[in-house]
Design a binder for this molecule. Structure first.
Ligand code: ADP
Ligand code: MG
Length: 470
């Protein structure tokens, strides 16, 4: 069953994403309508839940029927099984049911590590660190732009809490590697100090958790929970700005951890001194440790980063193309990766090699320079080509199934990709009126929601059109 689901999903999801998020899943159990899959981490589970639940749900229902259910098992760190986490927000049976309203698709997580607020007094805690294992030092290319920060991170990972880099504040613009570097420290600590409790949390999540607990008069539980951590990583603390109550709680946590020789790692999009809305007493504590910045990588480093990504993904691309990308995308690493991924997507979609010409095409779109205008006629021709329907049939009254389908999809795409009015679109189909166009549009939308293969065709056409627009 899982293999079938995968083969459907594979055609819908960009393969880069497929590789990252679906290949690492192992099916572990199938009982009647319940499929259990094992995912590598809590992070994985959350990512899937956030981005792919609709797709997973539909695919599974297709295979197992309307009553299909998906259960996740989250792989836990094997060195950490000392005691069971007691969680406060999970029913006594030890699992939590998530219901996605839109999909009417109940999810059961049988490893309750979400918001794992442990009741104080337990000697050993088992907490999922919420780290993404792909973020490692090894994958974090060093250059002049990040040398100090990377080395400081290494040092902290070797001796968490025992250096003067406490807290370690990593700051820099978007897409420059703050999250990656901060998580690398966490992953490395888990590896070399398996006894240490590591936790990664975004500041948004931290704030939300705080507010939840605050509403339930349980701020002390919140603080106690965080005081159990040995290495606490909080990402994007600029969001703490003006969250006064959260800052108070964080102040208490910070002091406790710091005094007990525990490590704090914070990231921010600006240097601590520019963090408006963050209390001065916190800022002064940030200065106790080390603040290290991440800069935009230079050309050589960008080349190295690209080459590393290609190696990791088993890709081949000429030096010429690599240089072209590195030269033209200088803003940040995320953009660089984004360009690489679009390039891959376009190359696999069009079954053509990645060469300089394709790179130029993709990049042109990336920097959003002038693009060709897409006309209704172009779309009509593409759809006819795709479904092998004669062009003239599109304009006639034919009620043949394939023709009707092609016609509806063409109208849908025309509405999506051109600025023409419904009336004009209708006129391009042998003088149909605008209600026909609306009806077609709605039909396609509905079918896309219920029929995966249909959806796949429409998506493929959309991509073809986007390409043609470059
Ligand atoms: P930020 O948190 O600063 O916005 P991220 O850590 O999310 O940035 O990095 C964006 C992307 O760039 C990630 O996929 C990350 O792996 C990658 N990246 C950033 N810096 C490097 C680097 N020095 N070497 C390799 N990949 C990097
Ligand atoms: Mg980040």
């Amino acid at each position: 069953v899982w293999d079938t689901c995968l083969s459907i999903i594979k055609d819908i999801v960009e393969w880069q994403h497929f590789k990252t998020w679906f290949e690492p899943i192992t099916p572990v159990d199938l009982k009647e309508n319940v499929l259990t899959i094992q995912v590598p981490s809590q992070f994985f589970y959350e990512y899937l839940e956030e981005h792919y639940i609709g797709l997973l749900g539909k695919t599974l229902k297709r295979e197992l029927g309307k009553e299909a259910r998906l259960e996740y098992r989250i792989m836990m760190d094997s060195g950490n099984q000392a005691s069971k986490p007691i969680t406060m927000d999970v029913p006594a049976q030890g699992y939590k049911t998530y219901t996605n309203n839109e999909m009417d698709f109940p999810l059961v997580i049988n490893n309750p590590v979400k918001n794992p607020f442990v009741i104080p007094g337990l000697k050993k805690v088992q907490i999922d660190s919420q780290l993404n294992p792909v973020y490692t030092f090894d994958a974090f290319i060093e250059g002049d732009c990040n040398r100090v920060a990377r080395r400081a991170g290494k040092t902290v990972a070797e001796k968490p809490g025992a250096t003067s880099f406490n807290p370690l504040v990593i700051y820099g613009g978007v897409g420059l590697g703050k999250t990656h570097l901060a998580q690398s420290i966490g992953n490395e600590v888990k590896h070399t100090h398996p006894g240490k409790v590591v936790l990664y949390v975004s500041s948004e999540k931290f704030i939300n958790q705080f507010m939840d607990h605050s509403r339930n008069n349980a701020v002390n539980d919140f603080i106690h929970f965080y005081q159990l951590i040995d290495v606490l990583i909080i990402d994007d603390v600029q969001f703490f700005s003006r969250a006064e109550k959260t800052q108070d709680a964080f102040f208490a946590i910070f002091n406790h951890l710091h005094q007990s020789g525990k490590q704090l790692i914070l990231t921010s999009d600006k240097p601590p001194k520019d963090l408006d809305g963050v209390q001065e007493r916190l800022l002064s504590r940030f200065r106790w440790g080390l603040s290290a910045d991440l800069q935009v990588p230079d050309y050589e480093t960008r080349i190295e980063i690209l080459e590393r990504k290609m190696k990791n993904d088993g890709l081949d691309m000429s030096k010429e193309v690599v240089k072209y990308l590195a030269y033209n995308i200088s803003s940040n690493v995320r953009e660089l990766e984004g360009a690489l991924i679009s390039l891959l997507a376009q190359s696999s979609l069009n079954k053509r090699e990645i060469d300089l010409e394709l790179a130029k095409k993709v990049l042109r779109n990336f920097v959003k320079t002038s693009s060709k205008e897409i006309t209704i006629e172009t779309i009509q021709k593409m759809v006819c080509d795709f479904f092998n329907v004669p062009y003239d049939k599109l304009l006639e009254k034919t009620r043949k199934r394939e023709v009707v389908q092609a016609r509806q999809i063409t109208m849908y795409l025309a509405k999506m990709f051109t600025k023409n009015s419904l009336k004009t679109i209708g006129e391009h189909f042998g003088g149909r009126d605008h209600t026909t166009v609306i009806h077609s549009f709605q039909t396609v939308k509905d079918l896309m929601d219920t029929d995966l293969l249909y959806r796949e065709s429409v998506m493929e056409l959309q991509q073809k059109i986007q390409l043609a627009a470059m």
